[in-house]
Design a protein around this ligand. Sequence first.
Ligand code: TMP
Length: 409
Amino acid sequence: MDARKKENLGYKRAFLDLGKQPLANGFLKTEEEFGKEFFFNLGISFAEEVGLVTLSEYVDPPKMFHENYAYVASQSQTMKAHFKKLAEQLKSSFSLNSTSRVLEIGSNDGIFIGLFRDSVSTAVEPCGNFARLTEELGIKTFSEFWSKELSEKLVEERGRQDIIFAANCMCHIPSIVEAFEAVSAAISDEGVFIFEDPTLLHVLQRGSYDQFYDEHAHIFSLTALKQLLTIAGLKVFHVENLDVHGGSMRLYASKASSSHKINPSVDDQLLLEKFYGLGHFSTYEFFAEKVHASKRLLVKLISSVRDRGIPVVAYGATSKSTTVFNFCEIGSGEVECIFDTTPGKQGTFSPGVHIPVKEYTQEWFRHFPKTPFAFLGAWNFVNEIKSKEAAFLASEGAFFTHVPYVSIL
Ligand code: TMP
């Protein structure tokens, strides 16, 4: 299905062109695959009618979310602790028990829904590899994309839900209005829809343009979400800002007719977004100028480090770094290799620019005659990484980043 035919967001005004990009998680196993790689134009637009920042063109979801989907949520200790804390919070705040119906949309490997095995839990996970893992946890799993049809089937088979949860999933869905309508149809009268995704305010404040890639169809603001949820018959009653995934926002929503009282956090966030100018196109034009300046500075920094005979590598083969390397045209001529802890990425070539991805060992930097400088692909884990890499930093190594501006840490 062509995703573009299904969206309904009104006129979209482009403000940033991040150029020809591959799939952010499309790591290549062999050099023979180089010529067959899929590319699309990564343009970012502002849909003024609904206030949403969204890709100008979407990649069809089955191209990205399939049997070999690479992102494994449970690999991160930070994310495991994050979901455990949330599960405990929800159980006590909403008095959940063994008869409560809990649904997760985009369950990945069951990192969150696996904590609700003592409730009537259900998962939706289009990636077959992960759907099987959730099923193995004893959770009824629908291996399909979230849609109105699936929502109807789910209500018939599993009833209307008390809790619907989605983490880093709603921003993946091009036809977002339909997705929220499907939530509205599946939730009970007093049920709560909780979802969290990277947030626009953090992207603008941190200059983290690398949050834009194929899988992130939208980067949400509360201003946009309030409008989109209202169309779907839902209301937001509480908002929390989170530090995970480079800056995220968690929303609590329910049916517009429910008795949930709207918390002051909603107006506070809306005001903050208004002060930052999120409703004005000029805010995005200014951001685009900063992104182009960031590209020039990053390219300059890498070439001056290399001119001093210092090798340059990258740390963390992240989806975000795919955007940076392709936009800035940084390839294996500039960055020798990327070190990464994920076994599935090791021994591959990075998407588009084909930098070799190598196995992370504790003494990864000893592979070079001179201690390298390392581009921090996983900048959102900067504190965790800096404390883990004390030996690297002590041996004259340095990390550099583009967030919030191009600098050596
Ligand atoms: P993602 O941001 O696209 O989810 O990718 C994160 C990648 O970063 C993942 O492949 C693991 C890698 N990584 C490391 O190699 N070392 C680290 O210390 C951290 C935090 C992540």
